[in-house]
Design a protein around this ligand. Structure first.
Ligand code: 5AD
Ligand code: SF4
Length: 457
């Protein structure tokens, strides 16, 4: 039977990328194949994010555009999954009546049943039940995962930390860790399909397994993954500074596949605000953690998240953040303007910071970080980096793109590189968001992994 076509739009974090791949695997079993053309789709799924207000607005504007398509083609199925779906439930259908299916973060595994209800019973369905197991229903790689150099593997869901600004504990529920066996099996299958690098995902991977009570904690999981034959690089995200244990820091010394990069969101440099954020560490604790990490792995890249304009943030607090950013010397920083999220304590905090002040602080922070990132990148010019080839650059014509162990993007214009290969590349120029590599072996076509050709010229 002719396959049906699905078009999935993934918004937000890596967790959603993993969930979208899960959806792809489930849909493949229902004879749906992915399409790159929204116009050709029989099923369109928006996998949504609600971490900040802006992300939520994006969902409704996208849905607005789909309304016209649905009027022209009433058979088209429109589904909304992810965090906005979980939070909005029926309200989403009231606001966007052309949506056929609303399924929350817990309902991904029930997707096939929901689609059948839509097609067979010709009715709208909503599933925002907070029930289900953390284990994925399919662990065999999806079509789009096979043949890629890198993959994400979710090792836990939810979060117990309740940072006062954050909606995640409400939309993704309490923290639950997957069993190690399923995780290891999933990674083994990915490696068998050519994946070279795996990133383990969780809201706070440092507390992996602690609630399961079987003594198999995150460092133990890293050790077990490190032993999987054929896996070249291992990464993880996100770590919470309050749970950065010596054992985890030690893993950077002993595990050969573990890439020297740690994403360690600090959020703010002022103790007063960190307390109001309910982060559970001080500025000094954070700095001490970075020092320990660098002692064990001097070349480690450290990246972070910062929120500006948290309720009550004064100019002196913000200046403490600037000073912290300057003294740590992050490799990269993800910066956000605080926005109120429903249900979170901070939404009810007084002394909100005005939009203009937030904008101004964000610009100052970005200016500082861009200068520092560029400095770091410039110090790499002239060095040779081991680059894992990911494919053709989307932004730079005729260029191959990949990443260094420290997770820096390198584009290079020539070489005999295949997807999934590790190649030594000499860095010739530095930009704020990437590095330019010199030619490896000129004048050849890049034969892609498993027979595909990367047309470089
Ligand atoms: N406003 C702004 N940024 C937020 N983040 C989480 N919640 C909010 C919010 N309400 C940021 C944090 C987190 C990142 C994923 O998003 O910095 O680490
Ligand atoms: Fe949100 Fe804090 Fe949990 Fe991160 S640790 S997901 S910021 S509540």
């Amino acid at each position: 039977m002719e396959p049906k076509r699905v078009y999935i739009v993934t918004m937000g974090c890596q967790m959603n990328i993993y969930d979208s791949e899960q959806m792809e695997r489930i849909l493949a079993a229902m004879n749906y194949r992915p399409t790159a053309h929204v116009q050709k789709a029989d099923l369109i799924i928006l996998n949504t994010c609600s971490i900040r207000e802006k992300a939520e607005h994006k969902v409704y504007s996208y849905l607005g555009r789909l309304a016209r398509m649905k009027r022209k083609r009433p058979d088209l199925i429109i589904g909304v999954g992810g965090c906005v779906a979980q939070q909005q439930g029926y309200r989403l259908i009231e606001r966007a009546p052309h949506v056929d299916m609303v399924f929350g973060t817990f309902a991904v595994k029930r997707l096939s049943g929901l689609i059948r209800q839509v097609t067979e019973q010709k009715r709208q369905v909503v599933d925002v039940n907070q029930t289900g197991t953390v284990e994925p229903s399919h662990i065999a790689p999806s079509d789009s995962q096979a043949g890629r150099a890198t993959a994400f593997v979710t090792i836990m869901s939810g979060c117990d930390n309740f940072c006062s600004y954050c909606v995640v504990p409400y939309v993704r529920g309490r923290e639950v860790s997957r069993e190690p066996r399923g995780i290891l099996e999933e990674i083994q299958q990915l490696v068998a399909h050519g994946v070279q690098e795996v990133t383990l995902l969780g809201q706070n991977v440092n507390s992996y397994g602690l609630k399961n009570g079987h003594g198999f904690d995150f460092p133990a999981l890293l050790e077990a993954v490190n032993r999987i034959p054929g896996l070249k690089r291992l990464r993880f995200t996100t770590s919470h500074p309050k749970d950065l244990s010596d054992k985890l820091i030690g893993a950077f010394a002993g595990l050969e596949t573990l890439a020297p990069h740690m994403h360690l969101p600090v959020q703010c440099g002022a103790d007063r605000i960190l307390r109001r954020m309910n982060r559970g560490y001080t500025r000094d604790d954070y700095l001490a953690g970075i020092e320990k990490l660098r002692k064990v792995r001097p070349d480690i890249a450290v990246t972070s998240d910062v929120i500006v304009g948290f309720p009550g943030e004064e100019e002196i607090d913000f200046e403490e953040t600037l000073r912290l950013v300057e003294s740590v010397g992050f490799d990269n920083l993800y910066t956000f303007k605080y926005s109120d999220r429903p249900m979170t304590p901070a939404a009810r905090f007084s002394r909100k910071v005005g939009e203009a002040v937030k904008r101004e602080r964000l610009a100052r922070l970005l200016e500082l970080q861009t200068r520092m990132t560029l400095e770091k990148h410039r110090s790499l010019v002239g060095t040779t980096q081991e680059v894992l080839v990911e494919g053709l650059s989307k932004k730079m014509d005729h260029q191959i793109t990949g990443r260094t162990p420290c997770n820096k993007v390198v584009n290079f214009s020539d070489g005999a590189a295949c997807v999934g290969q590790l190649v030594p590349v000499k860095i010739v120029e530095a930009f704020p968001h990437s590095l330019l590599g010199g030619p490896v072996k000129p004048g050849r076509l890049y034969s892609g992994y498993r027979g595909g050709i990367l047309h470089a010229a």
